[in-house]
Every structure is written in C-alpha cells, then in structure tokens.
Ligand binder design. Structure first.
Ligand code: 2IT
Length: 444
C-alpha cells in the first residue's frame, strides 16, 4: 500500500529544492493513489517510484558570443522522462527562470498529457536558463546553434522529438533545425513546430489555443451551457493566448484581456481580431516583452503591474506560466462570479487556488488536458513527416477537434463524481493508466 505522506516525503528527500516538480507529482499521486492501491500489479512493481524517476537527464554547457564579442555560458537540459508510449516528446523552454526542477515538472506533466492525446509519444522537456529578452536575432541564432551542437547527439525522429515552449517559437526552431541539418545531413521530423516549407504542419502555431477552446466548448456543453456571449479573461500574449482569443471570437465568446510582464490590457471590444493579432506579432518580433502599446493603438485600457484576474468574467484562461494564478487571484475571480477556469498554461494555478475553485464548485480543468492540443498537432506533424506529405489545414483542424473531444470524454469517464466532473482526477487517472499498463507490458 502506498501512503501519500510517506511517498511524498521520500520523493522530496530524493529531489531537494525542486518545489515545482514536487507540486506536479503530488497532484498526480493524489489523483491516482486509490487506483494504484487497488491494483496488485501496480503495487507489486513499484509503479509510482518508477514513473516519477526520469529515464535520464542530460545537461550540457552552451557557450555563445554576443554582438559585442563577449562570451556567455548557459546551461542546457533535456529531461527524457518516459518513453513507454513512443519517442520522447516535449518542448524546449528558454527563460531566465528555468531550472532542472522546472523541466522535471514539465517533463513529468508531459507524460500524462501525451498519453491523453491518444498518439504515440513519450514525455520529455528541455531548455535553458538563457533569457531571449532583448537579444538580437544574431545572438538568438548563435545561442540556438550552440545549443543544438550539444543536443543533436541525444535526439532523433524515433528517439526524442523536441518542439517549442516559452521563448522558443518558429524562429528558434528554424535555427535549431538548421544546425541539426548541418551536423547530421538529414531532413527528418526531429523537431516539430517547423516552418511551412520545411516539414511543418499547418495549424501547429494556433493548436494549443484552438485546442483549449475546443476543450472549453465540451466543458460548457457538459454543464448544459454554451460559449455564446461568454466573457473571457486571458493572461499572456503569445501564440497560446492568441489562439484562444481568435477561436473564442469564432465560437461566439469574447476575450477581453491579454497580459505581459508590464501589466494587462482590458479591451471591452474583444481582442480576438486579425488586425490586433498582427499588431502584437509585430511588437513581439521586435523583442519587446510588453503589451502597453496595444492600449494606445486600439483605445483600450492598460493596467500597469496588474494581473487580469480582477476583471468580471465568466471564464478565465491562464495562458502564461506555472503558478501564475494564486489564491488571492482565485478569490477575486470567485467574488466576481467566474464559472469556469480553463487552465491553459502548464500548472498555471497554485494548489491553493485550485482548492478554492473546487470548494466553491467552480469548474476547473487542468493544463495537461486543456493544452494537449499543441503537442497533439506536433504528433500529427510527426505523422505527416513520416509519410512525407502534408495535410490541408481543415484536416489538421478536424483531427485536433476530435482529439480534444476524446480527451474531454476520457476526463469525464475517469473523473465523474456524482453529478460533477473532477477534471483533475479524470485527466490524471486516464493519462496514468495507459502509461502504467504499457510499462507493465514492457517489463523493466
Ligand atoms: O507544453 C507543451 O505541451 C508544449 N510546449 C508542446 C510540446 C510539443 O512537443 O509540441
């Protein structure tokens, strides 16, 4: 029999100073402990110890030169967590806050997320503490090339397939892929999120946000409700936030906020239009990590240094980074009558915030289910690369929609609790079972 407290105490002993990893594991273990304790095959093979230990962790030195000729040293990582279901798969994050503990939490989440997609992908994550903010294109290129010079040894289209995450978009994937090609003389699906003319899939940039909205449509339908006229608060201003905003508009809802490190924008007219998206794309391309110029351009409000959770909305979509929505934010949202929290960033809400939502019967869906559309379309990109063809956007979008519906059904099936759906339990149990069963089938 597993006991949560003793299991977690041992995990903390083995993984000191990795609070995000401990937080991510605790959430999964709390969900699955009864399933594990009821199954002698899981118990007898120490499934929880095995699934919480990464297969391997690769760290490497990344040396690069800035535009003034000064040399910098960053640390690069790849956490290959679990490949029971397929090649290791997961993004690369370049952000000053990245530590090994961050990437272990993300790699761990990725195992269950990828399992939920129904595609054949194991879980991994990588990245660096490199801070792309304020860097020139040439500096970014030199960093990416130095990073791939090390990473290329450990990846491959049937081994480990990285993609983007925070700080790694189409530009970075281009430089990384360019260096891989130079070193290996191979044109393969070793990365996803590639460009249109070198193996990328249509809809990949929008997939996480579109998928989140498809999932949200199922959530509200499950509650006998619709998206029509819903007011939505979104944080962040990257691909994910914009995918949500554009799809929300199309489905009859309205996103009224986006946010950056400088504060948030409140736009009563709704942010989800092509003109506004193009403006923000240009702003981001200039490496400006701010949202304030949007307010002047489109006659909206800018709230300096604030988070968007103080606005009166029906739905909230955290789309920025882990633990961005805390219990104080949750109390504000609840007091303003929010009905649904659609966690779109990985572990975007603190455990205390989630507990508050559950206590107040506010429907909460976790990131690993909601944001799985991104990696799902990465999986579809891998399929297209293997077949050496590319599907039209309607086909990718239709498959994405179907996958998100299936993920929602899996959450409902494993998470039904009387007349409520516990989406956290549902996602964790459904994701875990498949990986655990395959691990048993494969032996150790
Ligand atoms: O968190 C995630 O699922 C991603 N950053 C996407 C990973 C991928 O391999 O597309």
């Amino acid at each position: 029999m597993y006991h949560i407290d003793s299991f977690m105490a041992e995990l903390e002993r083995k993984n000191p100073a990795q609070p995000e990893f401990i937080q991510a594991v605790r959430e999964v273990v709390e969900s699955v402990i009864d399933v594990v304790n009821d199954n002698p095959a899981y118990l007898g093979t120490r499934i929880l110890e095995r699934i919480t230990e990464p297969d391997r962790i690769i760290t490497f030195k990344v040396e690069w030169e800035d535009d003034n000729g000064d040399v910098h040293v960053n640390r690069g990582y790849r956490v290959q967590f679990n490949n029971a279901l397929g090649p290791y798969k997961g993004g690369l994050r370049f952000h000053s806050s990245v530590t090994l503990g961050t990437l272990k939490f993300l790699g761990f989440e990725q195992i269950f997320k990828n399992s939920l997609t129904t595609l054949s992908m194991g879980g991994a994550k990588g990245g660096s503490d490199f801070n792309p903010k304020g860097k020139s294109d040439n500096e970014i290129m030199r960093f990416c090339k130095a990073f791939m010079t090390e990473l290329n040894r450990y990846i491959g289209p049937d081994v480990d397939v990285p993609a983007g995450d925070i700080g790694v978009g189409a530009r970075e994937i281009g430089f990384l892929y360019g260096q891989y090609k130079k070193l290996r003389i191979e044109h393969t699906g070793v990365l996803t999120g590639k460009g249109r003319f070198w193996g990328g899939s249509l809809i990949r940039p929008e997939a996480t946000g579109f998928g989140a909205m498809y999932f949200a449509r199922e959530m509200v339908a499950e509650a006998g409700d619709t998206l029509e006229g819903k007011r939505i608060a979104v944080s962040g201003f990257g691909n994910v936030a914009w995918g949500v905003a554009m799809k929300a508009t199309e489905l009859g809802a309205k996103v009224v906020t986006i946010s950056g490190p400088d504060g948030y924008i409140y736009d009563e007219e709704g942010v989800g239009t092509q003109e506004k998206w193009d403006f923000m794309l240009n702003l981001r391309a200039s490496n400006n990590d701010i949202v304030e110029p949007y307010a002047k351009q489109f006659n909206a409000k800018f709230l300096s240094g604030k988070k968007p959770w103080e606005v009166q909305v029906d739905m909230a979509f955290p789309c920025a980074i882990q633990n961005e929505l805390n219990v104080t934010d949750a109390e504000l949202l609840a007091a303003n009558g929010v009905s649904y929290i659609v966690e779109t960033s990985n572990m975007g809400c603190t455990p205390e915030a989630v507990e508050l939502f559950q206590k107040k019967n506010i429907t909460f869906a976790p990131g690993k289910a909601v944001n799985a559309g991104g990696v799902a379309v990465s999986g579809l990109e891998m399929s297209q690369n293997s077949m050496k063809l590319s599907w039209p956007k309607e086909e990718v979008d239709e498959r994405l929609n179907r996958i998100m519906k299936d993920i929602h059904s899996a959450c409902v099936e494993s998470g039904r609790n009387g007349n409520r759906i516990d989406y956290i339990k549902g996602a964790n149990i459904a994701g875990f079972r498949k990986v655990a069963d395959v691990m048993l089938e494969l032996g150790f």
